[in-house]
Design a protein around this ligand. Structure first.
Ligand code: AMP
Length: 506
């Protein structure tokens, strides 16, 4: 009997003495030792009552043990349900009630607050901390180091990941073994990952980027991972000379560029820097190339679809674009019910392929709204293609500003604002306006040491954008609100400035 995902990712670790996880404290966990950890976690979960098809929810700090629990869940044919460590008990109440996991692992510090929730929703509660200690570690301790995986194939569920859901309830995206393995195979091939690679892993493992893109590729190709608990600048600088590849969100790269200690020499052994989860500023791309000689490879994906597009490994990695659809992934851009044909025409991106999820957990209506019966998934991202077929993300459909009846794509306005002297970055949102319905509003961040005047910036783009696209007002702030994946929280900005145009500003 086979377990497709386990056989491809975890089984090959057997007998591998070389370090698989390289930790910042100098410890190395060999492939064989990690596989034994997977087996012990699997037995402990089974002993706690977890059966094939059950959900195992985890809200724990990143650690080798936490990754092993993912492997154990795959081995048992259970459904892995990682939860953002920032979620509050109120949010967890919803997730536990919705997914009804048989087992729930949390941080020891949160145990007292979460025990009543786990009890209410019928989940067996364990704890695990960043050092791999806690009641679950104790439950693993005496378990056997080998395990026979449950038979599992293409269409069987491997994970549920809740979408970040800025509007309405978070939805649980159901990902199958086939979704995860097909994407890992395509990406490993496209980005040329081999057993020789040492991947610098500083991403969280509760999100598709760090859990699937990074970890699955490394596991699939038999490479090594420098497994950091999070993005700590000092630890990343220490790790870089040992690494060959890194995956990050754009803020990783801007934080590296902020220090002069990040040099070309430090990257001498690197062959690839990849960025995703949020748009990488063209300016960051340029500055990074200047400093290191490396052109960051930007790709685009989402919880529901894994990865969809990537800039080429060989060939032009074009800043401000996310490249081409991955092999086996079909992508179309739809406007007013038809596929757009011309370059530059914007519309909603739809994708279809083995990467596309099986639907939202217990939400058939939501699934039907976004996943067409013929397999096309409506991403909600607005995009367009340039003359050479490179896809550019223009924004989320829900972030589209409609002012006085005109459609305005924030990214177009942001690009003009960003190009103004002294502007580091910007975010454009639509705010309620008594005459226009919505009015374009800009939030600006100044480059270091620059005293930026919002009005000067607005004056600077007067001749560059049609009048209806120009922000009717702008403010300068110290930093844009971002979530842990580096995404600008536009909903938060809309809320903060909601009343701006309700009463005329001086
Ligand atoms: P998540 O489901 O949390 O991974 O968020 C997915 C969303 O992040 C996508 O639908 C896009 O809106 C955005 N996203 C991911 N990668 C990129 C990228 N390279 N450029 C712009 N937006 C991106």
């Amino acid at each position: 009997m086979t377990n497709m995902l386990y056989d491809a990712l975890f089984a090959p670790l057997a007998g591998r003495d070389r370090g698989f996880l390289l930790l910042d404290d100098g410890r190395e966990i060999s492939g064989a030792a990690f596989l034994a950890m997977v087996a012990r976690a699997g037995h402990a979960l089974q002993a706690a009552g977890l059966r094939a098809g059950d959900r195992v929810a985890v809200q724990v700090a990143k650690s080798p043990e936490a990754l092993a629990i993912y492997g154990a869940s795959v081995a048992l044919g259970a459904v892995f349900l990682p939860l953002n460590t920032a979620y509050t008990p109120v949010e967890l109440d919803y997730f536990l009630g919705d997914a009804t996991p048989a087992v729930f692992l949390c941080d020891p510090a949160a145990e007292a607050a979460l025990a009543p929730l786990a009890a209410r929703h019928g989940a067996r509660l364990f704890t695990l901390d960043a050092a791999g200690a806690g009641s679950f570690a104790a439950a693993m301790a005496d378990q056997p180091g080998t395990l026979t995986p449950a038979p599992r194939g293409e269409a069987d569920l491997a994970a549920i990941l809740y979408t970040s859901g800025t509007t309405g309830r978070s939805k649980g995206a159901m990902l199958t073994q086939g979704n995860l393995l097909s994407n890992a195979r395509v990406l490993a091939d496209l980005w040329r990952f081999t057993a020789e690679d040492v991947l610098l892993h500083a991403l969280p493992i509760f999100h598709t980027h760090g859990l699937f893109v990074a970890s699955n590729i490394s596991l699939l190709t038999g490479g090594q991972m420098i497994f950091l608990p999070g993005f700590d600048l000092e630890a990343v600088l220490r790790a870089l000379p040992r690494a060959t590849a890194m995956m990050g969100v754009p803020t990783f790269y801007t934080r590296l560029l902020d220090t002069q200690r990040f040099t070309r020499d430090l990257c001498a052994g690197m062959r690839l820097f990849i960025s995703g989860s949020a748009p990488l500023l063209a300016e960051t791309h340029r500055a990074f190339a200047e400093r290191t000689g490396h052109r960051i490879l930007e790709r685009y994906g989402m919880t529901e679809t894994n990865m969809n597009t990537s800039n080429p490994y060989d060939g032009d990695r074009r800043p401000g674009t996310v490249g081409f659809p991955l092999p086996g992934v079909a992508l179309r851009i739809m406007a007013e019910g038809a596929e757009v044909t011309g370059p530059g025409e914007a519309g909603v991106i739809e994708v279809r392929g083995p990467n596309v999820f099986a639907g939202y957990w217990q939400m058939p209506e939501k699934t039907a709204e976004e996943l067409r019966p013929d397999g096309w998934f409506i991403t909600g991202d607005i995009g367009r293609r340039d003359e050479d077929g490179y896809v550019q993300i223009v924004g989320r459909a829900k972030d589209l500003v409609i002012s006085g009846g005109f459609n305005i794509y924030p990214v177009e306005v942001e690009a003009e604002l960003d190009a103004q002297p002294g502007v580091l970055e910007s975010a454009v949102v639509g705010l309620p306006h008594p005459d226009f319905g919505e009015a374009v509003f800009a939030v600006l961040v100044a480059q270091k040491g620059v005293a930026l005047e919002a009005q000067t910036v607005l004056d600077g783009i007067r001749d560059r954008l049609a009048r209806f696209k120009q922000p009717k007002a702008a403010v300068v702030v110290a930093a844009l609100p971002r979530n842990t994946m580096g995404k600008v929280q536009k909903a938060e900005l809309r809320k903060t400035y909601a009343g701006w145009f309700a009463t005329p500003q001086a």
